[in-house]
Every structure is written in structure tokens, then in C-alpha cells.
Design a protein around this ligand. Structure first.
Ligand code: FES
Ligand SMILES: [Fe+2]
Length: 347
């Protein structure tokens, strides 16, 4: 920018009450999380027909299963009898039926109710009307996504900017090498916004800052994908210099050996769960250097996000301003949240 070119505006942040008000959560759950693709796992989680994985996607219990023909299907993990769970463990392999844990109703892997165990004669009960509620499912480069609502654009279209950026990167041999989870005492948006800018890196992450060329850190918003490019200083660096993020809550961190998917799931308005899924060649253990660096950066981000949340809750700060140089993705994110949740009296 030359000295006399007009300066860009510094957008006003979203109001602090967005992050503290418990009444926003049910609204965001429906308008944002039910309406968009959520990361559910990797194809290697379902290696054989009958393999299933249960998860809770921002308050929606879901089960994904590989049917006997090899197709991946997803359903609400909610029995049509009296809302029992089909499975409560995280993962397993079934014999061709999903069985409710409450009274034992059995469903075929296409969702049809096959057996209402010992229900007894009933004139007005037709089992054909009591199949599992289906959930949209799609895969991209081996990653499985589900959408509990209608109307989300095709996953492929959404991920096009990232797909283009990755070009011919081969992820075909990757398998889940490690899963980790962390629970944070902050609103999900507090954590997401921290993820969406590299402005804090020199102050919060000295170790990471030493690995990347911070002066070349660049954030691009393309559709609903955010790309962070931060070239590594050395070819031996743990990071490959690309962090991608998909609206509303999925990070894709590219490492030299494989990648790590980071899902940022709200547990209500005041807590957030981070699920880390490391994908490595053939599912080999994650290299120690990668884990050490990742743990360090995570601990630093949790530390700052929880302190920011405490300050947002204190009620002294209402709004601030965003740097047009560093925080364009935060501004975009806040715009998307506003457009999904308005008209909202609190927006
Ligand atoms: S709730 Fe599932 S069998 Fe009763
Ligand atoms: Fe960070």
C-alpha cells in the first residue's frame, strides 16, 4: 500500500454478549450447526461392513455406519420407539443391525426398523413408518462429514478452494493415527476466532513463531474456507505452513507427515470441545516432534481463549476493532454468524 492510498476500515467486533449469553446457544445450534456440514471421522474408522461410529455433533447424537454393500450411511442415534440410543460407545462393528440399548428394537443398516422386540399385537402400529431418521453424509479425500439439516451446499463445492490449494496432494494412504480431545471453558466462537488469525502468534506462541516466517503469514478468505499460509523457516519444520478452516468449526492443519483435523464443537454456550484427529501414513504413530509442538500450541491457545472468555464475561468490554491487515477472517466469521442468526434481538 502506498503512503497516499486510502486506508482500509477496521471493522467493529461482534458484541461481547454474543460470547456470554446462554440464550444464543439454541439459536446457533439450529441456525449454524444443524444447517452445515460437521466433520465426523475418516473412512479408516469404518474398515469393514457393519463398522459404525457414534458421535455428538454440536448437540445432535449421530451414528455413521458402513452398510453391508460398503456404502457409508448416517442416522440420528435416536430410536424411534422412545428415543433410546442405538449405541453409546464410540465405535464398534455390528452384525448387520443397529440395536437400541433401551428395549432392543433392531434396525437394518439402511435405517428400516426390522424388529420391534416383543412389542405385542397392536392394530395401529406399522413398523415401516418407524425407520431411523437419516442424516446427510458425504466424503472428501477420505474425510466423512454429516449434515443433520437440509440446505447445506454440496460439500465438494464448499471445499473447492481448499481442494484447489492442495492440488494433487495424495491423502489416499492416510489413516487415523491418534485421537485426542480437550475441553475448554470458553464459548466456541472465542476459540474459533483465535484460530482464524495469526496476529497473536508472536505473543502467544513463541515456539511456533520460531518455526515460521511470521512476516509472510497470510490469511485468505475464499468462500467459506479460510487459508492461513505461513511458510516454514526450514524444510525440517513440523508444520507444512498451511492451516485451513471450514465454516463453521473445522480446522485442517497440514503437517509434513500427514495432517490433523481439529473440530471445535460447542458443548452448550460456555464450553467447547476440541477433537484432534491425526491422520498419518498407514496410521503409524504420530512423530514425537509433531505431538510436542501441537500440545504446546494447543496449551497456549487454550490458555489465551479461556482468559479472553473471562474478560468477555466480566462485562466491561462491549466491542473492539479488528485489524484489516490480520483479522479479515475474524470479520468474515462474525459476518456469517450474524447472517445466520439474524433476525435475533441480541444480534
Ligand atoms: S427406545 Fe429404543 S427400543 Fe425402546
Ligand atoms: Fe494460536
Amino acid at each position: 500500500m502506498s503512503a497516499d492510498s486510502p486506508k482500509p476500515h477496521a471493522p467493529v467486533t461482534a458484541p461481547a454478549r454474543w460470547y456470554s449469553d446462554p440464550e444464543r446457544w439454541p439459536l446457533e445450534k439450529q441456525a449454524i450447526f444443524a444447517a452445515n456440514w460437521q466433520f465426523l471421522g475418516h473412512e479408516s474408522d469404518l474398515p469393514v461392513p457393519g463398522a459404525w461410529r457414534a458421535d455428538v455433533l454440536a448437540g445432535f447424537p449421530v451414528i455413521v455406519v458402513r452398510d453391508m454393500a460398503g456404502e457409508i450411511r448416517a442416522f440420528h442415534n435416536v430410536c424411534r420407539h422412545r428415543a433410546g440410543p442405538l449405541n453409546v460407545e464410540e465405535t464398534g462393528v455390528c452384525d448387520g443391525y443397529l440395536t437400541c440399548r433401551y428395549h432392543g428394537w433392531k434396525y437394518a443398516l439402511d435405517g428400516r426398523l426390522r424388529l420391534a422386540r416383543d412389542f405385542g399385537p397392536a392394530a395401529d402400529f406399522d413398523p415401516r413408518e418407524f425407520g431411523l431418521f437419516p442424516v446427510r453424509v458425504a466424503t472428501w479425500r477420505g474425510l466423512i462429514f454429516a449434515c443433520v439439516g437440509e440446505g447445506a451446499p454440496d460439500l465438494e463445492v464448499l471445499l473447492k478452494p481448499l481442494d484447489t490449494r492442495l492440488r494433487d496432494a495424495d491423502w489416499s494412504g492416510l489413516k487415523v493415527g491418534l485421537r485426542r480431545a480437550h475441553t475448554l471453558n470458553c464459548n466456541w466462537k472465542t476459540y474459533v476466532e483465535n484460530y482464524l488469525e495469526g496476529y497473536h502468534v508472536p505473543d502467544v506462541h513463541p515456539g511456533l513463531n520460531a518455526e515460521i516466517r511470521a512476516e509472510e503469514y497470510r490469511v485468505t478468505v475464499d468462500g467459506h474456507v479460510v487459508l492461513h499460509d505461513a511458510p516454514p523457516r526450514s524444510p525440517d519444520a513440523v508444520y507444512d505452513g498451511l492451516w485451513a478452516w471450514l465454516w463453521p468449526n473445522i480446522g485442517v492443519n497440514v503437517y509434513n507427515e500427514g495432517l490433523m483435523i481439529e473440530r471445535m464443537t460447542p458443548l452448550g454456550h460456555a464450553q467447547t470441545r476440541l477433537d484432534y484427529i491425526y491422520l498419518t501414513p498407514g496410521g503409524v504413530p504420530v512423530p514425537n516432534a509433531t505431538l510436542t509442538m501441537s500440545d504446546q500450541v494447543t496449551a497456549e491457545d487454550i490458555w489465551i481463549a479461556e482468559r479472553v472468555q473471562q474478560n468477555l464475561d466480566a462485562g466491561v468490554y462491549q466491542t473492539g476493532r479488528l485489524s484489516p491487515k490480520h483479522e479479515i477472517a475474524v470479520a468474515a466469521f462474525q459476518g456469517w454468524v450474524a447472517s445466520c442468526t439474524s433476525p435475533c434481538p441480541e444480534a
